[in-house]
Ligand binder design. Structure first.
Ligand code: NAI
Length: 384
């Protein structure tokens, strides 16, 4: 296995410090750089508090805390990253600023050093093109909060030397993560195939079929999801969730499947962002309870419509070579905590059922959004 003793991290915001915690906990030396050294220092102070809490909860002892902290060194110049075997970039989500950073880094590091981006929405292939030797460049996409979220997507660029995949996979396994490999396409795996959970829920609301509380209740009660779509959007933030949907929609050349919701845009524009503003789809200052409908037919209809859209998109992602079946299901159970993998769920419900439900939706709306994946049809026909 390649030696990953020294890890450079650029950008010490919420993702950078989280990744620093993971690497240092596993015994790597971390060199943490931020253009604003005060941010790096304040992130490190936050990490110290997190470690104190972990001690209180008896998850680590004080020796482990000391070891973790002694493994992290804040550095004040990019040149100090020259000893790195791997550099993970977690700076602002801006293509040109990231590209500029990578071409600078390439002049600093030794030629075996792997340079990775934690971007959630930019093309890894496009970022790789900023390097003279892009074969050592790769996407390593952690989820927030990085120390707690088990999933990590590994995304090779077109230019990436594919031998890197195994070494990065093994490194992430040694960091106790669940790595999956994704093709460099918009949203990678999770941010692509989880979209219908939000967008179909919003569409059901827009069609006045049910209110937020009923849609959430259907997904939790019938589907076994831990959170309903509106609770989850309030948790993520309507601004953030809307921005991801819009970015995926634009990157797919306006495929109607990913069309953002005007309702969500209005909520974001109103500043009703969710929990962080105490108001989103729900009012977190109010003590009045939102009472969902208990109409079983309605609850089933809502659950099945959202589920079938999710399964259809997951199968389509496999059809289009975005990831293996196993990685698609791992991504969805470890990245967004769904009760079952979507392809496994499709097998359980049968793909002929998925096909029938998708065709019913298409017949009703005549919208491309509801097109059935050719692979769902093929798998559905196999067992008819
Ligand atoms: P953040 O805003 O918390 O931190 C970014 C840090 O980068 C700031 O401390 C800033 O001072 C620093 N920075 C900006 N430009 C820099 C430069 N040129 N050189 C050095 N430092 C620079 O951002 P966050 O949330 O940590 O996100 C970082 C990256 O991770 C982004 O690409 C984002 O898309 C990605 N990401 C974010 C997730 C999230 O939920 N926040 C989840 C997964 C990926």
């Amino acid at each position: 296995m390649k030696d990953f003793k020294n890890i450079g991290i650029v950008g010490a915001g919420s993702m950078g410090i989280g990744i620093a915690q993971i690497a240092s906990t596993s015994g790597c030396k971390v060199f943490l750089y931020d253009q604003n050294v005060e941010i790096a220092q304040s992130s490190l102070n936050k990490l110290k508090k997190i470690l104190e809490r972990l001690i209180e909860k008896k998850r680590i002892n004080s020796n482990k805390r000391d070891e973790i902290l002694s493994n992290i060194k804040i550095v004040s110049s990019l040149n100090d990253l020259s000893v790195s075997n791997l550099i993970i970039e977690a700076i602002i989500e801006n293509l040109n600023i990231k590209k500029d950073l990578f071409s600078k880094l390439e002049t600093i590091v030794h030629k075996e050093c792997i340079i990775a981006s934690n971007t959630s929405s930019l093309s890894i292939t496009n970022l790789a093109s900023s390097l003279k030797n892009p074969s050592n460049f790769i996407g390593i996409h952690f989820f927030n909060p990085a120390p707690l979220m088990p999933l990590v997507e590994i995304i090779p660029a077109l230019q990436t030397n594919i031998n890197l995949l195994d070494s990065i996979r093994n490194l992430l396994l040694s960091w106790n993560k669940f790595p999956v490999i994704a093709k460099d396409t918009p949203g990678f795996i999770v941010n692509r195939i989880a979209r219908p959970f939000y967008s179909e829920a919003l569409r059901i609301y827009d069609e006045q079929i049910a209110d937020f509380a009923t849609i959430d209740f259907a997904m939790k009660e019938v589907g076994g999801f831990k959170m309903g779509p509106f609770e989850l959007m309030d948790f993520i933030g309507n601004d953030v969730n809307y921005a991801v949907t819009e970015s995926v929609f634009k990157s797919f050349y306006y495929d109607p499947k990913y069309k953002p919701s005007l309702t969500q845009k209005q909520y974001a524009n109103a500043g009703w962002l969710g929990r962080k503003t105490n108001k989103g789809y729900y009012d977190y200052n109010s003590s009045s309870k939102n009472v969902p409908s208990k109409d079983v037919t309605l609850l089933n209809l809502i659950f099945e419509r959202i589920l079938v859209m999710l399964i259809n998109d997951a199968v389509d992602a496999f059809y289009l070579g975005i990831a293996s079946k196993e990685d698609i299901d791992l991504a969805i159970t470890k990245g967004v905590n769904y009760p079952k993998g979507l392809i496994a769920w499709g097998e359980e419900k049968t793909f002929s059922w998925v096909e029938k439900k998708m065709d019913e939706l298409y017949e009703n709306y005549k919208e491309d959004r509801y097109r059935c994946s050719p692979l769902v049809r093929k798998w559905g026909n196999l067992i008819k």
